[in-house]
Design a protein around this ligand. Structure first.
Ligand SMILES: O=C(O)[C@H](O)COP(=O)(O)O
Ligand SMILES: [Mn+2]
Ligand SMILES: [Mn+2]
Length: 505
């Protein structure tokens, strides 16, 4: 159905998943009069945002990158985690010429291989099981010294589980007959993406120079960690080796956005040594340093950004810093080409973020920017991400997440009113679930606070432009791939030729 064209607002509520009312569901616990009224009054769909529907391995929770990429592409995209698993399953990784050549040289020169990555099965940034294949390949090349620099999670998986995952790493090394944990660092230090290079320096010195606090074992480094798994101080495990000239370094996260700051920092530090290393990454990284990837990315072109440009339609992209790349780079298909048809507004705050104490974050500034853009007749589409539900959800603090949801509801009301006054439709959609599940049993079966993502569907609510007539019901069985075709339809345009999703209206 191609509707009479009208300008609009695509509003991504990050982490806004759909699940039945429950004491662990921060979204249903929150008082959300606006979202409740919109869902009751306007056509609402519940669309798939996880697993194969978006290009992830079946049963895998959704994430912001693939969520925004598929919202933009209008089709499922094979995500890096799926492509890495396929390369493992079909032997491509084991037979990778660059990896084989690197390991052969390491062995011949008596050097070491250093593996650096997130040690959990959260499957947002990494999967600890990929270590199994990498160690088997190292063993097959008779690499005698393989050092593992484990990054602990507590954000994509329940907090307090670091020791379990480190034991799993040690079990994997025992089975492979090679590999030892050399350092343990919390992801708060190792996967910082805010540009706090002091955090990166501490991790870099532990990994590269074996300097910093010491622990007799990996588990000893994490037991009774005062600030949880995320903030385990970069620690050198007794006997752990530094990186020497001629060693090889392989980054094992399949997602770039949070490990790239460490990768660049570490390689800069080594180069200053000077220590020449061979650096590889499991997947494509957006680092300053060119790091050869072992697994290529899927093409994500032909999405909304390309179609808007083709039709000469303008858009303004608005988000807080935590989700700014998502409404620009990722939703554009991992494409940072500047477009004259786009304006980008990155909202930052003047106080350090404390998501539990300030679950509102800078939502007022984001909402102001959205309301301003909505009032502009030269803007065809406003694309905004309200980050609070996901970012506060990741703290695992249910009460703060309830408040984050309530702040979001109030912001949606301001945006809805402004959109109506400007003759705009609004399409609200989640990018994956998070806050609707705030507790889960840990590996020991004991319920723990859970700040990770989910496989739940996400709501998609279409608030029509004044006077527009929409179908009473939206189709069931939709996915995030249907969002771009829906946006184009609401703008009076057909879906892009590369899009396989179908408009919901
Ligand atoms: O990187 C993070 O913040 C989390 O691990 C994943 O969250 P995101 O996919 O919503 O960014
Ligand atoms: Mn997200
Ligand atoms: Mn998230």
């Amino acid at each position: 159905m191609t509707l009479p064209s009208a300008p609009g607002v695509l509003l991504v509520l990050d982490g806004w998943g759909h699940a039945p009312t429950s004491p662990d569901n921060a979204i249903t616990r929150a008082d959300t009069p606006t979202l409740d009224a919109l869902a009751a009054k306007f056509p609402t769909a519940y669309v798939d945002a996880s697993g194969a529907a978006v290009g992830l391995l079946p049963g895998t929770v959704g994430n912001s990158e693939i969520g925004h990429m598929v919202i933009g592409a209008g089709r499922p995209l094979e995500y890096d985690s799926l492509l890495v698993q396929r390369a493992i399953d079909n032997g491509a990784l084991r037979g990778h010429p660059l990896l084989a050549e690197t390991l052969r040289r390491v062995t011949d020169d008596g050097k070491a291989l250093h593996l650096i990555g997130l040690a959990s099965d959260g499957q947002i940034h990494a999967h600890v099981e990929h270590l199994r294949e990498l160690l088997a390949i190292a063993a097959a090349h008779r690499v005698s010294r393989v050092w593992i620099h484990a990054i602990t999670d507590g954000r994509d998986v329940a907090d307090g589980t670091a020791a379990d995952y480190l034991r799993r790493v040690e079990a994997i090394t025992a089975e492979a007959g090679t590999g030892r944990i050399a350092t343990v660092s919390g992801r708060g230090y190792a996967l910082d993406k805010s540009g706090d290079l002091e955090l990166t320096r501490l991790v870099t010195e532990a990994i590269a120079d074996a300097t910093g606090p010491r622990a007799a074992s990996a588990e000893a480094a994490v037991v009774d960690a005062p600030r949880g798994d995320v903030w385990i101080e970069p620690t050198v495990v007794t006997g752990g080796a530094a990186i020497a000239d001629g060693d090889a370094v392989l980054f094992t996260n399949f997602r770039s956005d949070r490990i790239q700051q460490l990768a660049d920092g570490l390689l800069d530090h080594l180069a200053a040594g000077p220590r020449a290393v061979t650096a590889l990454s499991l997947a494509v990284y957006d680092t300053r340093a060119p790091i050869p990837p072992l697994v290529p990315r899927a093409d994500a072109s032909g999405g909304l950004a390309d179609e808007l440009e083709r039709h000469g339609l303008t858009s303004v992209r608005i988000a807080e810093k935590e989700k700014f790349e998502h409404v620009t780079y990722y939703i554009n298909g991992r494409d940072d080409r500047p477009r004259t048809t786009e304006e980008h507004i990155r909202v930052t705050g003047d106080v350090p973020p404390d998501y539990v104490a300030r679950p509102e974050m800078n939502l007022d500034k984001v909402t102001d920017a959205v309301v301003d853009a909505v009032a502009r007749p030269d803007v065809d589409l406003v694309v905004a991400n309200l980050a609070n539900i996901d970012v506060v959800g990741h703290t695992g603090h249910a009460e703060a997440t309830v408040r984050a949801t309530e702040f979001t509801d109030a912001a949606v009301d301001r945006i809805r009113v402004a959109a109506q006054a400007a003759g705009r439709w609004v399409l609200l959609v989640g990018d994956h679930g998070n806050a609707e599940v705030m507790a889960k049993p840990g590996p020991d079966g004991i319920p723990r606070p859970y700040g990770g993502h989910t496989t739940n569907p996400v709501p998609a609510i279409v608030v029509p432009a004044p006077g527009a007539v929409l179908p009473e019901e939206l189709p069931t069985g939709g996915t995030l791939a249907d969002i771009a075709p829906t946006v184009l339809s609401l703008l009076g345009r057909p879906a892009g030729p590369a899009m396989t999703g179908r408009s919901l209206v």
